[in-house]
Design a binder for this molecule. Structure first.
Ligand code: FAD
Length: 474
């Protein structure tokens, strides 16, 4: 316990909430706690925040700071150096934080912890972002799982029930460091070019927005989730991913709130939703145990795969100008909203890797920059899954056909028409493959291929065969 003169620090990271926040809650057992946020643009190196994430963070910090009565002190730079400077100025008693699991942040935090404890400053760290910590779950031979189902069923579910959510922290112990003059704006998170102008129409950033999303999902989306989650125009997914990423809500809260519906809706829907939360856990688990997956194939045999390097195709994929309507709709949803439905992420990912034969890393980088839920663990693991290079991955020969996927999962064509409005008058028969329509059919819908909508940039059959050939050469 601290004395009245001691000063402690609560270091805010991806835990931008008050409820079920262990580090904040524990810090309230101490007096005089300064909440600080550090924009670390040094240790993250090539994984510096992407543009959409910076937009989200800027807005979320504003909301949290106002809840904290503007008491947050802001810093930018290398946290190791910043802690050294703070420690010289203030009589520090203790530092509290919730743990991060990206390999670069683990390395950084170890150094900071050593520095602080060497100075007799106590460090208290907690798990407030995962249902199960990666070190808790191992196979009986003490090695990590590489396949999802046994990880979840034999590992997590047998190990323990997730921790119950804790009460809200009382914020009376927080004080402001009056010497800190930095503001949220001076962190420079927002790009000068306002490409994210539509994001405000789609998201209510912050803890309240997260709770609101959860309530809407529980009442309107969870019932029928297992099947409905495949259809991009159905309201069956939660869109909680950016809120979870930035820690505006804890996965424990989401888990236990959804549990209450097991007797109200079909248990299958609730269990399936919880297993998707577990995919998030599995992604963190893989990143923790196999940190090289950020840049390297988990299955090293893919290191010899003959990737193409057609940058023009990459640009057209990014812009949603491939001539394949479901792909273009997905890429434009991403650009306009900072989000893309999971089914469509799989279709556009498969197309990039298995039709355009571009390395999964080029898709991962674009998603990193554009997604508001960009998450090093989930993005890396999902791209490796889509590419077939991960351990528990879609086999390489499973290549999504963007035409049949569109027919199946956007049967009325609403998703395509929403994001590719130039095709809105095309007969549904040709909506998934406009190049098959006659010139008259196209003219009737005011479409001129090559002018106001592109010809397909690649032949599906040829490119698929090429991919399979390259695969069999491995
Ligand atoms: P819901 O269906 O409501 O699921 C609830 C929560 O479970 C999600 O919010 C998310 O936290 C988690 N979840 C669901 N599916 C997955 C999954 N396959 N892998 C990991 N967690 C999952 N998710 C990210 O959070 N960040 C990323 O950067 C990211 N990149 C992806 C890249 C590709 C190529 C693919 C195929 C998937 C990616 N995903 C990523 C996973 C998934 O698409 C999103 O988590 C999901 O679409 C978010 O929407 P939701 O919140 O409505 O999901």
């Amino acid at each position: 316990m601290s004395t009245n003169n001691d000063i402690s620090i609560y270091w805010i990271r991806n835990d931008l909430r008050i409820s079920d926040n262990l580090a904040l809650l524990k810090s309230s057992e101490f007096n005089n706690v300064i909440p600080i946020f550090i924009l670390d643009n040094v240790n993250s190196e090539e994984n510096n925040l992407g543009g959409a994430s910076r937009w989200w963070l800027h807005n979320s910090l504003k909301k949290l700071n106002s809840k904290f009565d503007n008491k947050i002190s802001f810093y930018k730079g290398d946290p190791i150096q910043i802690f050294k400077d703070i420690e010289k100025k203030l009589e520090l008693n203790a530092v509290f934080w919730n743990r991060s699991y990206e390999p670069w942040s683990i390395e950084r935090d170890k150094k900071i912890k050593k520095y602080l404890t060497d100075k007799n400053i106590k460090v208290y760290s907690y798990n407030s972002s995962l249902l199960w910590e990666p070190t808790e779950i191992l196979k009986s031979d003490k090695t990590p799982y590489k396949v999802f189902t046994p990880f979840y069923r034999k590992g997590c579910l047998v190990h323990s029930e997730p921790r119950l959510p804790r009460e809200n922290a009382n914020l009376n112990h927080l004080i402001k460091d009056e010497n800190n003059i930095m503001t949220i704006n001076s962190l420079g998170l927002l790009d000068k070019f306002n490409w994210y102008e539509n994001f405000d129409n789609h998201w209510n950033v912050g803890e309240e927005g997260a709770l609101e999303k959860l309530q809407i999902f529980l009442s309107d989306g969870l019932d029928g989730y297992k099947n409905g989650r495949n259809f991009p125009m159905k309201q069956n997914v939660s869109q909680l991913s950016p809120h979870l990423h930035f820690g505006e809500i804890s996965p424990n809260k989401v888990w236990y709130e959804s549990n209450k519906y097991k007797k109200i809706y079909s248990e299958k829907d609730v269990s399936h939703f919880q297993s998707e939360l577990a995919w998030r856990e599995f992604s963190y688990y893989l990143l923790f145990h196999f940190p090289h997956i950020i840049n390297e194939n988990l299955q090293s045999k893919f290191d010899n795969f003959e990737w193409d390097n057609n940058l023009q195709n990459l640009e057209r994929w990014k812009k949603g100008e491939t001539g394949y309507p479901i792909i273009d709709a997905g890429m434009r949803e991403l650009w306009n909203t900072g989000y893309m439905h999971n089914r469509v992420r799989m279709i556009v990912g498969s197309f990039l890797v298995k039709n355009l034969l571009l390395h999964w890393k080029s898709g991962e980088r674009w998603f990193w920059d554009c997604l508001v839920d960009a998450d090093l663990a989930s993005n890396t693991a999902s791209w490796q899954w889509v590419a077939g290079t991960g351990a528990d991955a879609a086999p390489y020969f499973r290549i999504f056909n963007p035409v049949t996927q569109g027919v199946k999962f956007d049967p009325q064509g609403e998703y395509i028409k929403k994001y590719v409005p130039e095709l809105k008058d095309l007969d549904i028969k040709y909506l998934y493959s406009p190049w098959e329509a006659s010139t008259q059919e196209l003219e009737k819908a005011n479409i001129f291929l090559g002018k106001n909508y592109p010809h397909p940039i690649i032949d599906l059959k040829d490119s698929r065969n090429k991919a399979l050939e390259n695969f069999s050469n491995l």
